[in-house]
Design a protein around this ligand. Structure first.
Ligand code: NI
Length: 228
């Protein structure tokens, strides 16, 4: 299941991000590609160990840590420090599946990639092409979101970024290890939580059935979550 989360960053935040990113020092992304991705990857990345990547990445993590829709959808246990990429004219990333295990730099901690995230930092009218296509069991889905919006998709999915023919596609991307590893369990929890939130808004949080369903949500979460 693909989940899009709108307005993770506000227009003002996007403006600030872009001031830093548009004047940043971009490097060839092939340096960080694994042996197989190396053949299909052609884009630019920021050095994660330097500014502005560190501050912007921390800002994204802080924002996500208090974002109810993101937390409900991902049930994050560990989040890889956000990385940044840019695709200019003719740049692309062919079909690939992201690596299964990632070492978080300078921590010695290994993260299992359950979910992949792309946070769009350029508006769709700033570039031609650059669509993110994700293979799902219902066929390919093509994603191109407004700046500030995020898409979450299972890291088990084959995906690609179409060649950019004009302008530049700028985004942040990262991976999440979820407290609930099983994708079906995680999706059911997300659906249940979404319904509880909607019912709570309609009936009030103190309504006995809302209290009961909310308790059921937490009891299922207790069964299925294994925080590290
Ligand atoms: Ni990827």
């Amino acid at each position: 299941m693909l989940i899009t989360i709108p307005n993770v960053l506000s227009p003002g935040e996007i403006q600030q991000f872009r001031q830093h990113l548009d004047s940043a020092d971009w490097h060839n992304g092939i340096n960080t590609a694994g042996a197989i991705a190396r053949n299909v990857k052609n884009n630019q990345q920021l050095d994660d160990s330097q500014e502005p990547a560190i501050s912007l990445g921390n800002h994204i993590l802080k924002t996500l840590s208090r974002h109810p829709a993101f937390i409900s959808a991902a049930l994050p246990d560990r989040i890889y420090p956000p990385k940044f990429n840019r695709y200019s004219k003719n740049e692309t990333y062919g079909a690939h599946i992201d690596g299964s295990l990632m070492q978080i730099p300078e921590t010695g901690i290994t993260l299992r990639t359950d979910l992949s995230a792309t946070l769009f930092l350029a508006d769709p009218d700033e570039y031609e092409g650059g669509e993110l296509t994700i293979e799902t069991k219902y066929g390919p889905q093509t994603i191109k979101l407004p700046a500030g919006d995020l898409v979450l998709y299972p890291s088990t999915s084959l995906h690609s970024v179409a060649p950019v023919s004009q302008g530049a596609r700028i985004a942040s991307f990262f991976w999440i290890q979820s407290m609930v590893r099983d994708i079906q369990q995680r999706e059911m929890l997300f659906d249940l939580d979404s319904s509880v939130q909607a019912l709570s808004a309609e009936l009030g949080a103190a309504h006995p059935e809302v209290v009961s369903l909310s308790g059921l949500y937490h009891n299922l979460l207790r069964q299925w979550a294994s925080p590290s």
